[in-house]
Design a protein around this ligand. Structure first.
Ligand code: NI
Length: 183
């Protein structure tokens, strides 16, 4: 089922999210719906707050970026209760976008490598090092469950330049080609 995507300005994108356990109601159905919603909107990641739920869950499929970034081939994962436990000092810039901020793309600088602990969709624990664009995508989604969005990382001048666009997004005038929920 395709879910509407909550847009910039909605408070659900700013609230902290909580851990879940295997008893979370209809978890597998929710994960399936998040994949459907992400693919329909042509995104490469989607976090639970973007579908209105303040829980620590996000999905990433960076596979379609693998033409330009070979490390992304086959990178498709569900992250439950993730925790970034290490970040490299080495950083990399990447031009990011977000389904909650249609029409905006900005260069963000993030750690190039992270170590992350999480549960997969079967509640199995993982402790992995992730690098390159896969790490960028993962950190972008991780931001969402911490109540952040990618433009929090850009400078005040760039933010001021985007002001009108952000207002349009929160009014539903950004031309998203998918269903949205407005603030
Ligand atoms: Ni996003």
């Amino acid at each position: 089922m395709i879910l509407p995507i909550y847009q910039y300005g909605h408070k659900v994108l700013r609230q902290p999210s909580e851990d879940i356990d295997a008893s979370y109601p209809n978890l597998q159905e929710l994960i399936a719906n998040m994949w459907d919603t992400m693919y329909r909107a042509e995104g490469c990641g989607l976090a639970a707050p973007q579908v209105g739920l303040n829980i620590r869950l996000f999905v990433v499929d960076a596979g379609e970026l693998s033409d330009n970034y070979p490390e992304c081939a086959g990178f498709k994962k569900v992250f439950i209760n993730p925790e970034i436990i290490e970040e490299s000092e080495e950083t990399m810039p990447f031009r990011e976008g977000c389904l909650s901020l249609p029409g905006i793309s900005e260069t963000v600088v993030r750690p190039k490598t992270i170590r992350i602990k999480y549960l997969d969709e079967n509640m199995q624990p993982h402790d992995e090092e992730i690098s390159g664009v896969c790490a960028i995508c993962t950190q972008h989604e991780y931001d969402h469950i911490e109540g952040h969005v990618f433009i929090d990382h850009i400078g005040p001048l760039r933010r001021r330049i985007l002001k009108n666009k952000l207002t349009n997004i929160s009014k539903g005038k950004a031309g998203a080609h998918y269903r949205v929920t407005l603030p």
